[in-house]
Design a protein around this ligand. Structure first.
Ligand code: ATP
Ligand code: MN
Length: 538
């Protein structure tokens, strides 16, 4: 068919076992948008964006993500219930089944790459069953120039077959959907799920193994931006803590919103070429840049629209995890290429639903290492009685599901780089204030931004501990004042109006930290262990 689109030489998929020519190569976003509409697989929103439903899965499925255990990975991967082993034989058999399935279908092929720093560039070919999944790849990976395409050297391949269903009885999977990583064959094999996030997180997981092991470079689950003076800031945090929201700031150039490397040439570089933002309750006034990025070319997932195509961002009928992907150039103020100098400040974002961590606090080097390994945030979960309670959630390195190596490996590299670069580390609670979830309220985005800007503008009296109060439970340094933020907001205890309830809850969280950290104690020095909470309940 038209795999010679736009006058490019034709490519063949025979090396993958795909013997037909019924595929479209390197279609433009407009073409993919049109085809999706024509096939009835999506609708155009009034903003011009394409809106699709991803189907059964509206989020990643960590229990169905496997790594092939073979000579490359066997001794290096931290195997367990996060990095679940898969046999090479089962992979080969399942791969052949997926290919047989794709041999019956019209396909979309895209060449793109990861890593803005060309020393680390990874050329990727993405083969998708659906046109809109290919648009996601266009939006999220880096788009090669025509010249770069002529010298394209595919290193990794993503094969995405949402309509294929595995048979767990014979295929070695847990259920019908799967995301498999094979480091020997350099393939990410995805089936049974249309959730696009699996595509980008598959390549992220590959880089999180390859960069530290082969290139001595630190990969990070963080966003990054750069100020007018060239000062880089990075933001680590688990899903929903604010990486995308807070890195997208009109006064600073966006480097990237989710995945970066910190190289040995004193720079931070984006792996990706686009952003993947949550749109639940998105508001034009609070997040104008993200709102404006939702236009033709953007891909909305699982949102509810009226007849006229107006999206109701508050409608979570399909999922809480409504999303949009867009190429980074949909944001006005971006850094080109997506590379910044060594960071001056690192923020650890946490959405503390217990409402006990200070909205901003400064960490010592020990505390930074401790909190990085812990990777705390909180989720809210309903119980049988319909009561909604916060549940602590720890994910090492603020991204355990994507980290194939032992967390200590990444923590060591980060500590070393932080020392060399002399960065300051801040813990930012973007979660609750005035009480736990259900009692208190979410921290105002306006305040969180003001606190971050105060740090970045040097307005928090960085080296002057007279301006800080040491938190009696967590040991972190909490500023007493911050421009643009009411003083009482800075002290979580003061916002509760109930000291006893506050301390009871703070101790509960301190204990959760301690319990979680037990698995890492053997790997942590005395110095790192001292970075944990200072007091616990007994
Ligand atoms: P993921 O890793 O899943 O992409 P993320 O860390 O990028 O997650 P965001 O997409 O930035 O998370 O989500 C943060 C959400 O919380 C947004 O919907 C944002 O509007 C909301 N929010 C509310 N209050 C705050 C706050 N004080 N700081 C940051 N985000 C806030
Ligand atoms: Mn994000």
């Amino acid at each position: 068919m038209d795999n010679t689109t736009n006058g490019r030489p034709s490519i063949s998929l025979e090396a993958y076992g795909i013997t037909h020519n019924n595929f479209h190569y390197q279609l433009s976003p407009e073409q993919l948008h049109e085809i999706t509409l024509k096939k009835g697989m999506g609708r155009e929103a009034s903003s011009g964006a394409l809106a699709v439903n991803t189907g059964e899965f509206t989020g990643r499925s960590p229990k169905d993500r496997f790594i092939v255990k073979d000579a490359v990975t066997e001794d290096k991967v931290w195997w367990g219930d996060i990095n679940i082993p898969f046999s090479p034989e089962s992979f080969d058999a399942l791969y052949d089944k997926v290919i047989a399935y794709l041999n019956e279908r019209e396909l979309y092929v895209r060449d793109c790459y990861a890593c803005a720093d060309h020393n680390y560039r990874m050329d990727i070919r993405v083969v998708t069953e659906y046109p809109w999944s290919n648009l996601f790849a266009y939006n999220m990976f880096i788009r090669p120039t025509e010249e770069e395409l002529r010298h394209f050297d595919v290193e990794w391949t993503v094969i995405n077959a949402p309509g294929f269903r595995a048979d767990p009885k014979t295929d070695g999977t847990r259920q019908h959907n799967f995301a498999l990583l094979n480091f020997t064959r350099k393939i990410v094999l995805i089936g049974g799920t249309g959730y696009t996030g699996e595509i980008k997180k598959g390549i992220f997981s590959a880089l999180n193994f390859i960069l530290p092991v082969m290139k001595k470079t630190l990969p990070m689950h963080c966003s990054a931006n750069v100020g007018p003076k060239g000062d880089t800031a990075i933001f680590f945090g688990l899903s929903g803590t604010g990486k995308t929201t807070l890195s997208t700031d009109a006064s600073r150039k966006l480097i990237g919103d989710d995945e970066h490397g910190w190289n040995n040439e004193n720079a931070v570089f984006n792996f990706e070429g686009g952003c993947y933002a949550k749109v639940v309750d998105l508001s034009e006034t609070k997040e104008p840049e993200i709102y404006a990025a939702i236009k033709k070319g953007a891909l909305l997932e699982n949102v509810i629209m009226d007849e006229a195509g107006n999206v109701d961002f508050s409608d979570t009928r399909i999922t809480q995890n409504t999303r949009v992907s867009y190429p980074i150039y949909h944001i006005a103020n971006v850094q080109r290429p997506s590379i910044g100098k060594n960071p001056k400040h690192i923020f650890f974002l946490t959405a503390d639903a217990f409402g006990v961590l200070p909205p901003i606090s400064k960490l010592t080097a020990s505390q930074a290492a401790y909190h990085f390994i812990s990777g705390y945030t909180a989720k809210v979960a309903g119980t049988e009685a319909g009561v909604v309670e916060p549940v602590p959630s720890f994910s090492a390195c603020f991204g355990a599901p994507f980290m194939p190596l032992h967390p200590a490996k990444y923590a060591e590299m980060l500590s070393k780089k932080m020392k060399e670069a002399g960065v300051n580390v801040w813990l930012v609670n973007t979660g609750w204030t005035g009480g736990p979830y259900g009692v208190g309220t979410r921290m105002k985005l306006k305040y969180t931004r003001a606190m971050i800007n105060a740090v970045l503008n040097g307005d928090l009296g960085l080296y002057d501990y007279d301006h800080y109060h040491i938190h009696s439970v967590f040991g972190v340094a909490q500023p007493r004042e911050c421009p643009g933020v009411p003083t009482e907001v800075l002290s979580p205890r003061a916002t509760w109006n109930d000291d006893q309830a506050y301390y009871t809850t703070a101790f509960k969280l301190a204990n959760a930290f301690r319990t979680n950290f037990k698995q890492f104690e053997a790997y942590a020095s005395e110095e790192i262990r001292r970075g944990g909470p200072q007091r616990y309940a007994f």
